[in-house]
Design a protein around this ligand. Structure first.
Ligand code: NDP
Length: 322
């Protein structure tokens, strides 16, 4: 495993990390989560991603139990949470968004569920158009000052919103964000590569990228329909099935995925390894967050580290053209 600085901060994060969206509590129980974390830690992974909104807080409970029973030293790994969507099924107005109240209370709740005394990373899961960015920056700064959060960041904010957060923090001597958590994969490149382009140099923005396999689409397993038990087949994720496979957009993306198959074959690597290794080639990626519903998927995806050198300039050009 190699380690990269989280943007301009001193925190060294493993190039591959592990997250729990959809999977924990739905497809993965505490026992399997413990096995997965063991595999991750043995491979050198040191960052585990979570959010208040994942399975309405249950995902954090599963993660907390699994990490606790592994008994590893707290200084050997990092955990995150994200605030915005709330953890209640029918949240009240004070239980969602990025107000000082919700950010503070959600932090305390996440620490309890994860069984930790502080969060290494705390993300604003989306921008909140109804709360001034200045209030959010203050709330995050206070949590950092109290030692409850070490690094705070954003997720899927526009470049303009991120810039506003930095500028407000700098002009008021407050703690600025350290990282963004954006989607980035072979099919979704625009925001990461273009819109955020100037932020890497200007602010040293770190990134913890999500859905490197576009929710599994880039494994090629949806090319002949929707496999039983796969993410797109789950109840509650019909919207994902539509956008991944059934819509015009989904069909268009599947056509492009089918063109990747011969490239992976020629390199004698799996589609998942090709897609994940490609993300690692971008130096503005601090860490690629993996997702897996089965131990074998995680084990396979970890092999991506070994195939990075195979994706040379010629292969990259071919991928770009698709
Ligand atoms: P991926 O795009 O890598 O999708 C992971 C899913 O793909 C797995 O759960 C599994 O689903 C399938 N899969 C993975 N590996 C294989 C394999 N080798 N063979 C076949 N199928 C495979 O990542 P995620 O979408 O899970 O995102 C990763 C993490 O990023 C999340 O856990 C979360 O922490 C974070 N995230 C953050 C978001 C944000 O808004 N900030 C949004 C989304 C994710 P299955 O078996 O069910 O088909």
């Amino acid at each position: 495993m190699h380690y990269r600085n989280l943007g301009r901060s001193g925190l060294k994060v493993s190039e591959l990390s592990f997250g729990s969206w959809v999977t924990f509590n739905k497809q993965v129980d505490a026992q399997l989560a413990e096995k997965m974390f063991g595999t991750c830690l043995d491979a050198g992974i040191n960052f585990f991603d979570n959010a208040e909104g994942y399975e309405r807080g249950q995902s954090e409970i599963v993660m907390g139990k699994a990490l606790k029973s592994l008994g590893r030293s707290r200084d050997s790994y990092c955990v995150s949470s994200k605030v915005f969507f709330g953890s209640n099924e029918n949240p009240l107005p004070t239980q969602i968004g990025l107000s000082k109240k919700h950010i503070t209370e959600a932090c305390h709740q996440a620490m309890e569920r994860l069984q930790v005394d502080y969060l290494d990373m705390y993300f604003c899961h989306r921008a909140d158009k109804e709360t001034p960015i200045s209030e959010t920056v203050w709330a995050m700064h206070n949590l950092v000052a109290q030692g409850k959060v070490l690094y705070w960041g954003t997720s899927e904010w526009t470049a303009e919103e991120i810039t506003e957060a930095y500028e407000f923090a700098f002009s008021n001597n407050l703690t600025p964000p350290t990282m963004e958590q954006p989607q980035y994969n072979l099919l979704d490149r625009d925001r990461f590569e273009n819109e955020y382009g100037p932020l890497y140099e200007e602010y040293g923005l770190g990134t913890t990228i999500w859905s490197p396999l576009a929710s599994g689409a880039l494994t090629g397993k949806y090319l002949d329909g929707i496999p039983e038990g796969s993410r797109a087949s789950l109840s509650g994720y019909e919207w994902l099935k539509k956008s991944m496979v059934e819509s015009d957009r989904g069909q268009n993306r599947m056509k492009r995925v089918s063109k990747l198959v011969p490239i992976a074959k020629k390199l004698e690597i799996s589609m998942s390894n090709l897609a994940i290794a490609w993300c690692l080639l971008n130096k503005n990626v601090s860490t690629v967050i993996l997702g897996a519903s089965k131990l074998e998927q995680l084990e396979e995806n970890l092999k991506s580290l070994e195939v990075v050198p195979l994706i040379n300039d010629a292969v990259q050009k071919e991928l770009d053209s698709i």
